[in-house]
Write a protein that binds this ligand. Structure first.
Ligand code: GLV
Length: 323
């Protein structure tokens, strides 16, 4: 029997030899994602695509994939893939939930603590030779213990962040599309989005990017927030209006922000956001612990293999394709 053909859009952190018995695998080995024309050329000749969140898998690509049996994405989010088109073509799309929940929550927590206590500014201060003595008002930050945390989206990652907040005796508020039973064990209170903005000392975003969450944070929302508030985003950059965030931080409408995701991504080196001291940015690495990324890759391969064999994907974002 001839082997399946697979295209993998970047080098993965684990070996792909599990695929050898069933597939001929081509790996795009550049640092940058494959350009659209390369993807278009490849997709017409493959059975399986293993892609990343940096690959824009639009309708025209999916429709060109006439022999495609599965799209397997190594990420939990899948806003870069046109899911309705894939579903209409009965094409299963896989993703990698759960395995990155703790790593991502840990990182959101890292950003929260680092921004609250101005660790990056402090490091810059020392390296610039400005540390002259112990000063009573040097680099004063915010309290974490006892503060109010607002979680936007109490899904798997939002819940894991809430569990961490419990250990810090925080008051936990959340806003979600629905009230969730888990709130009791987390000690979290479901509130309206506006109330969350008004009462939180820290606001952390854990919602997917959808039409409803695009620019969920813009000028009116920053105006609602406390002047002392800190915003943390480890979800998707486009949930925050970058221009409005720049103004809010510059005018100290909110105290600080810590972003692991930006819009656009990567952020342009000349972006005005990078001129602000009260903003910290990391390059979309919230899930980037070695064991987590290895598990994500392994899960993406498991989804890919299932799809090639015509089996149900262990983690499918559009299970309607099986109806
Ligand atoms: C990362 O952002 C992911 O969606 O896995």
């Amino acid at each position: 029997m001839s082997k399946f053909k697979v295209f993998v859009t970047r080098r993965l952190p684990i070996a792909l030899d599990r695929l050898d018995p069933i597939a001929d695998v081509e790996v795009w080995s550049e640092r940058q994602p494959p350009p659209d024309d390369v993807l278009l050329e490849k997709i017409g000749a493959i059975d399986g695509l293993l892609c990343l969140l940096t690959d824009q898998i639009d309708r025209h690509l999916i429709e060109a994939g006439t022999s495609l049996k599965v799209i397997s994405q190594m990420a939990v989010g899948y806003d870069n893939i046109d899911i309705p088109t894939a579903t209409a073509r009965h094409l299963p799309v896989g993703h990698t939930p759960d395995v990155l929940t703790d790593a991502t929550a840990d990182f959101a927590w890292t950003l929260l603590m680092t921004a609250a206590r101005r660790v990056v500014e402090a490091d810059r201060f020392v390296r610039a030779g400005q540390w002259q003595t112990w000063e009573p008002d040097l680099l004063l930050g915010a309290n974490i213990a006892g503060a109010t945390l607002g979680i936007v989206g109490l899904g798997r990652i939002g819940q894991a962040v809430a569990r961490r907040a419990k250990g810090f005796d925080m008051r936990i508020l959340y806003a979600d599309r629905q009230r969730l039973d888990i709130e009791q064990s987390l000690g979290a209170e479901c509130v309206t989005f506006d109330r969350l903005l008004q009462e939180s000392d820290f606001v952390t975003i854990h919602a997917p990017l959808t039409e409803d969450t695009y620019h969920l944070f813009s000028q009116p929302q920053f105006q609602c927030m406390k002047r002392s508030a800190i915003l943390i985003n480890t979800a998707r950059g486009q949930i925050v209006d970058s221009e409005a965030l720049y103004q809010a931080l510059k005018e100290r409408q909110i105290a600080a922000a810590a972003l692991d995701v930006t819009d656009p991504e990567p952020i342009a080196p000349q972006s005005l956001l990078l001129t602000l001291d009260n903003l910290m940015i990391t390059p979309h690495i919230a899930s980037a612990s070695r064991p987590t990324r290895e598990k994500m890759a392994s899960m993406a391969i498991a989804n890919l293999v299932a799809g090639l064999r015509g089996d149900r994907l262990p983690h499918c974002v559009n299970p309607e394709v099986y109806q």
